[in-house]
Design a protein around this ligand. Structure first.
Ligand code: MF3
Ligand code: CO
Ligand code: CO
Length: 270
């Protein structure tokens, strides 16, 4: 099985699925754990340190540290930052911010990748709330198309249709990705597209669905640090990410929250 550039797509068996479950469970536990620390005034550098310590104490290795020179254990992307925000002790979150936290684990050589949005404080503007809710629903609408016989284009189409029906836009410059014993593997998963096009989904494929949805236009730019991506029009951007595996009759979401969290506001951790 190959993607459209001819790159090989790995089909994972039961042992692979079991190993991926472990890595993804830790990745989701980290996102459950960090929620109560996301409060006005906290620095994103402090959040990253908590994330790194929690992960290492549980035997995981942060996949992002050293990845193409990336320095931190997480990506923390507030407001108009689309993705790959580098945590910093100088960057403090403020009341009313919305922020994505993206964490990738390595457990026994297998990768787990997920992200969620968080509310900073309780005075979140209506537009921001709506964008976060829409982005969550976009991710789940894409995942609902993930089954054998469907194509990657069905996932992208579902996401794009829902986003644009709500006068928001889909970021084109980044997509989901195959993942297993490699962090970013084939196939590339666009969050836009046409039904029935692209890679035919087969049992054993494992990839992420991680739409970035902008309240304004879809164009982005990368800042001079080489990582931080922002919306060109400075409109708000939101993202959620799950890692999934195609099964015989649908898909398994590996990164479901053990505490039962879906989208913010999150209650007290179970
Ligand atoms: N976790 C991100 C993703 O979903 C990738 C981050 S790579 C980094 O694919 F180097 F920016 F950390
Ligand atoms: Co990813
Ligand atoms: Co990620």
């Amino acid at each position: 099985m190959a993607d459209k550039e001819g790159k090989r797509i790995v089909l994972h068996g039961p042992e692979g699925f079991e190993a991926i479950r472990k890595a993804c469970r830790l990745a989701a536990e980290i996102l459950d754990y960090i929620g109560p620390f996301v409060v006005p005034g906290v620095s994103t550098g402090h959040l990253d340190q908590l994330i790194e310590t929690f992960q290492r104490e549980r035997g995981g290795i942060p996949a992002t540290i050293g990845y193409h020179g990336y320095p931190k254990a997480s990506c923390i992307s507030p407001n108009h930052v689309v993705n790959h925000g580098i945590p910093s002790d100088d960057k403090r979150l403020a009341e009313g911010d919305i922020v994505n936290i993206d964490v990738t684990t390595i457990v026994d050589g297998w990768y787990g990748d997920n992200s969620r949005m968080y509310f900073v404080g309780d005075k979140i503007g209506v537009k921001a709330r709506k964008l976060v809710d829409l982005t969550y629903r976009c991710m789940m609408a894409g995942i609902a198309q993930a089954r054998p016989g469907n194509h990657l284009g069905d996932i992208g189409h579902a996401i794009q249709t829902l986003a644009e029906a709500n006068r928001c836009s889909v970021v084109r410059d980044f997509g989901g990705h195959g993942i297993g014993q490699v962090f970013h593997d084939a196939p590339h998963v666009d969050h836009f597209g046409k039904p029935g096009t692209g890679v035919l989904l087969q049992p054993g494929m494992v990839f992420t669905v991680e739409p970035m949805i902008n309240a304004g236009r879809p164009e982005v730019k990368i800042l001079s640090d080489g990582w931080t991506t922002v919306t060109r029009d400075r409109s708000l951007s939101a993202q959620f990410e799950h890692q999934i595996g195609i099964t015989e009759d649908g898909c398994e979401i590996f990164t479901l929250s053990p505490a039962g969290f879906t989208q913010p506001p999150y209650g007290a951790a179970a």
